[in-house]
Ligand binder design. Structure first.
Ligand SMILES: CC/C=C\CC/C=C/CC(=O)SCCNC(=O)CCNC(=O)[C@H](O)C(C)(C)COP(=O)(O)OP(=O)(O)OC[C@H]1O[C@@H](n2cnc3c(N)ncnc32)[C@H](O)[C@@H]1OP(=O)(O)O
Length: 289
């Protein structure tokens, strides 16, 4: 039986934060929206998103994700799996409440945290895999495509649906999508704001595998990470970097400009209005259920 060493734990149940941090002390504050576990037998870390109801990515969740990524790298984990504690949502993408009628300083920190999290995940030295056990629209798809491998459960949706909300998927969202989906398919899908079903996503290569349960998804991710067992980690990391350095450098060099473009766009009255209507629709739908 695998022993799970919980390095950073969230209150999934009544377990108080960090009570299981028995193996090392953490420099980061206790987590609220994530669980981070390292399997002692395999050395593989699992980061579980746990911000009910839909794991929408707010500033705090993004910050915790960054802390987990750092922990996985500094502790030389064999790889990192990202999954969700929800049975139906991997993550609903960016928290729309961070962008709707936002406060100036908060929204800047939010976008900067998203940029950093993405660069750290996309450029991570260790193998990364997403066990997509629920819907993964927009920012959810961004996280999945930042990983090296994706496996998804049936009958969920994934894609960049920003245009349907009246916003634009930034260039770096699109670049990562283009790594896994042919250009023609990507252009059509992203302009339409298409959310692919699991089966469609598998067909176009947006996800690598489809399995029926979360356990099987985690096992597939472990298998992917295990496939590097005989590969020198340093050589692997440098080789991965060769594939990803262009997008990373592009964003690094344009961070401030990217932030200003984001702020300029979301602060447009027409965009705020569209976001408000979209949020209202979500809330109405949620009340009906
Ligand atoms: C130049 C660049 C400029 C801008 C770029 C900005 C980039 C943005 C990328 C993004 O990620 S934008 C977010 C896009 N996300 C979505 O469109 C997903 C919206 N959500 C859904 O479609 C559904 O919630 C779901 C399929 C993920 C799950 O469905 P279900 O399980 O039925 O949950 P509910 O719809 O009932 O939602 C429960 C609850 O959660 C609220 N909520 C849902 N998604 C978000 C979200 N992304 N942000 C904030 N809040 C969200 C929803 O309103 C409900 O709230 P209640 O208060 O009514 O419970």
């Amino acid at each position: 039986m695998n022993i799970i060493r919980t390095v950073r734990s969230v209150a999934f149940s009544s377990i108080p934060n960090r009570t299981l941090s028995t193996t090392r002390s953490l420099s980061t504050p206790s987590a609220q929206y994530t669980a981070f576990e390292v399997n002692d037998k395999t050395g593989i870390a699992t980061l579980t998103l746990n911000r009910p109801p839909v794991n929408s990515l707010n500033l705090e969740l993004l910050t915790e994700m960054r802390n987990c990524l750092k922990d996985a790298e500094t502790n030389k984990c064999k790889g990192l799996i990202i999954t969700s504690s929800s049975n139906s949502v991997f993550t609903a993408g960016l928290d729309l409440l961070e962008m709707y009628q936002p406060q100036d300083e908060r929204v800047k920190s939010f976008w900067t945290a998203l940029q950093s999290m993405w660069m750290e995940l996309y450029g991570s030295k260790i193998p990364t895999a997403a066990a997509i056990n629920g819907h993964a629209p927009a920012g959810g798809c961004l996280i999945a495509t930042a990983c090296e491998y994706r496996v998804m459960l049936p009958n969920f949706t994934i894609g960049l649906n920003e245009t349907l909300i009246g916003i634009v998927a930034p260039k770096w969202f699109v670049s990562a999508f283009l790594n896994v989906v042919p250009r023609r398919v990507a252009e059509q899908a992203i302009t339409q704001g298409k959310l692919f079903t699991t089966a469609e996503a598998h067909n176009v290569g947006l996800v690598d595998d489809v399995v029926n349960t979360k356990e099987e998804a985690i096992a597939k991710c472990e298998q992917f990470i295990g496939s590097f067992k005989n590969v020198n980690p340093y050589a692997r990391a440098l080789t991965k970097q060769q594939f990803r350095i262009k997008e990373l450098q592009e964003l690094e060099q344009q961070r401030e400009k990217d932030l200003q473009i984001f702020l300029g766009l979301i602060m447009q009255p027409s965009v705020q209005k569209a976001m408000g209507i979209y949020l209202e629709g979500l809330k109405k739908k949620s009340k009906k259920q």
